[in-house]
Design a protein around this ligand. Structure first.
Ligand code: FES
Ligand SMILES: [Fe+2]
Length: 431
């Protein structure tokens, strides 16, 4: 088992700017970029977006189409953030050049009327799609633009009723992603002392479990197994769909999941998707520790109420040690932090903005982390050799669902095969 990454591999995994191997791989996928509510109406205020290290301005034009333009005007570089959103285009306020959502310059009032200079200038623009409750961006080569991905929730008839939440975290994306596929921290980092194992003696049960991974045509799956008292296997299977979408086993059939999207190499966007619950599925009991606390009051919507107004930064952040409560740590849980989100964020940001993986020591419990890195780095290297990631041209491969099941003892690979067959058959019969 590899104990660490080389310096070169760490660079390969973590750097996503334009021209880097991983950056080019991410640019082959449609990526969620905005919540539709950030651009609430035609001709609303343009907004800034940083993604994959690029500074963009997003706007919604008069016909409600979303555009992503390079921040700097191609004339002399003024920011289009200050632009005027008017009559199907964004007009730079410095000299009045105006661009539509495709980046075409549609007006150039400071040049002679007979000049054709306007037709020779355009600005960098990326395709946008408003789809399944999110606004997506495609930042790769125009001739390679793939169909929109059919992640599980995207195929639901009511997919457009999906809501998202979003905030910024201050570390490289890969650290957050590693946390999302690492089930071995769940029984520790997220445990409160009112859990039965503590009531009956105050000591943590072993968090060891049997694990199995399996590479798939969408990424990989990761199963964690416990043996039940009556000799059966209890499996919780997390799915990872390229490039960064994870669905944990306890999440419902609705298709809830998490994307981590590089903002730049030191920060990332954390985007959750929350589709409506299927009518025949019982409501999940909301665990208060999952929701989070703000000044001692439970907050229902961490995406809005937990943010510093006017920013995407959370109120609990590294500058205030996440408002760590040492008394809570003595009496309530290991971290002294309320809620999984603050707990995950604190540990992943504390590793440093770009974790130096040459110093780590990976054990058997880190198998999923190793597989995730292997899958991503392999695709990035292949792309450098001219081999496109196949998955993007097969949008149905993004459909996958996690699993939470008690079965007879048996092989994980067979169990997953059966689950996938069933899932695909159910989808097919739904049409
Ligand atoms: S800098 Fe934008 S029009 Fe001159
Ligand atoms: Fe976690």
């Amino acid at each position: 088992m590899p104990k660490m990454l080389s310096k070169e591999d760490n660079e390969l995994l973590t750097r996503t700017g334009r021209g880097t191997p991983m950056g080019e791989l991410f640019r082959r996928f449609w990526l969620p970029a905005l919540l539709p509510s950030e651009l609430p109406a035609p001709d609303c205020d343009p907004i800034r977006l940083r993604i994959l290290g690029e500074d963009l301005i997003a706007f919604r034009d008069t016909n409600s189409n979303v555009g992503f333009l390079a921040n700097n005007c191609p004339h002399r570089g003024a920011s289009l953030f200050f632009g005027r959103n008017e009559e199907s285009g964004l007009r730079c306020v410095y000299h009045g050049w105006k661009f539509d959502v495709s980046g075409t310059c549609v007006d150039m009032p400071n040049e002679p009327a007979e000049s054709d200079f306007r037709t020779k200038v355009s600005t960098q623009a990326y395709p946008a799609a408003e789809y399944a409750g999110l606004v997506w961006i495609y930042m790769g080569p125009a001739e390679r633009k793939p169909p929109l991905p059919l992640y599980q929730w995207c195929t639901r008839p009511d997919a457009d009723k999906t809501t998202g939440t979003k905030w910024m975290q201050e570390s490289n994306y890969a650290q957050a992603l590693e946390g999302n596929i690492d089930s071995s921290h769940v029984g520790f980092l997220h445990k409160t002392f009112d859990h039965p194992t503590f009531r009956s003696g105050g000591r943590l049960e072993s968090t060891q479990q049997v694990t199995a991974t399996r590479e798939t045509d969408f990424g990989f799956v990761y199963g964690a197994r416990r043996d039940t008292p009556d000799g059966q296997f209890y499996w919780r299977v997390t799915t990872y769909a390229m490039p960064t979408f994870t669905q944990i086993a306890s999440q419902s059939r609705a298709g809830n999941g998490i994307f981590v999207i590089p903002r730049d190499d030191e920060t990332h966007w954390w985007i959750t998707v929350n589709p409506p619950r299927p009518a025949d599925e019982p409501e999940r009991v909301q665990d208060p520790s999952m929701i989070g606390l703000l000044n001692g009051t439970a907050i229902a919507d961490p995406a809005t109420l937990g943010l510093i107004p006017g920013t995407w930064r959370r109120v609990r952040n590294k500058d205030n040690d996440y408002m760590l409560d040492r008394n809570m740590q003595r009496t309530h849980n290991y971290t002294g932090l309320p809620g999984n989100r603050a707990q995950d964020q604190a540990v992943t940001e504390s590793m440093g903005t770009i974790m130096d993986r040459t110093t780590e020591h990976l054990g058997a419990a880190d198998t999923a982390v190793i597989v995730m890195r292997r899958v991503l780095m392999r695709l990035a290297r292949r792309l450098q050799d001219g081999l496109e990631p196949e998955m993007v041209s097969h949008p149905d491969r993004f459909q996958t669902t996690p699993m939470n099941v008690t079965t007879e003892q048996g092989d994980f690979q067979e169990l997953w095969d059966a689950h996938e067959r069933e899932f695909k058959a159910a989808l097919a019969s739904r049409g």
